[in-house]
Design a protein around this ligand. Sequence first.
Ligand code: K1U
Ligand code: ZN
Length: 161
Amino acid sequence: MDIVLAVAQRGEGILKLTAAPVADDEFGSAWLRGLADAMQATMLARSGVGIAAPQVYVSKRVIIVASRPNLRYPDAPDMEAVVMVNPEILRFSDDCLLGEEGCLSVPDQRGQVARAAQIQLRYFTLDGVQVVTAFSGFPARIVQHEVDHLNGVLFVERLST
Ligand code: K1U
Ligand code: ZN
């Protein structure tokens, strides 16, 4: 059975912390797999397109990105949910795009945020395999939003006025 977790809300201390990296001996563990499964179930239950572990009260560097077409981004790609452990954005493009964001931790607010249009990202799979890849458009926006969560930053701190 899928475990759906509570989502931390704006103002809670866990969302302001810098999350700790997943340690070498945690890769491949039942604990890490269970965390990823529960994060995915929670994201799906809230109809989200991403989630970060601090949002479910776990201060570890794990995110999930699951782009799909939607009203705001009709041309967004339909991605299988990707679990990313210890993600690091290696390169940000110089060109930025303004786009609407929401947040499962700030359910009553949406707003326009400028993000790099393309990024190069390194992350590890649940089994510790390193992946280096590039994202653009909406998936790149989700990744940047989720990595912000790992660094204690909410999109409301980046709103364009
Ligand atoms: O991290 C989160 O709080 C999840 C967040 C991801 C996100 C959405 C939009 C831009 C950047 C990052 C959400 O999923 S918010 C709710 C949502 O379901 C949604 C918002 C916009 C488009 C499609 C879905
Ligand atoms: Zn969020």
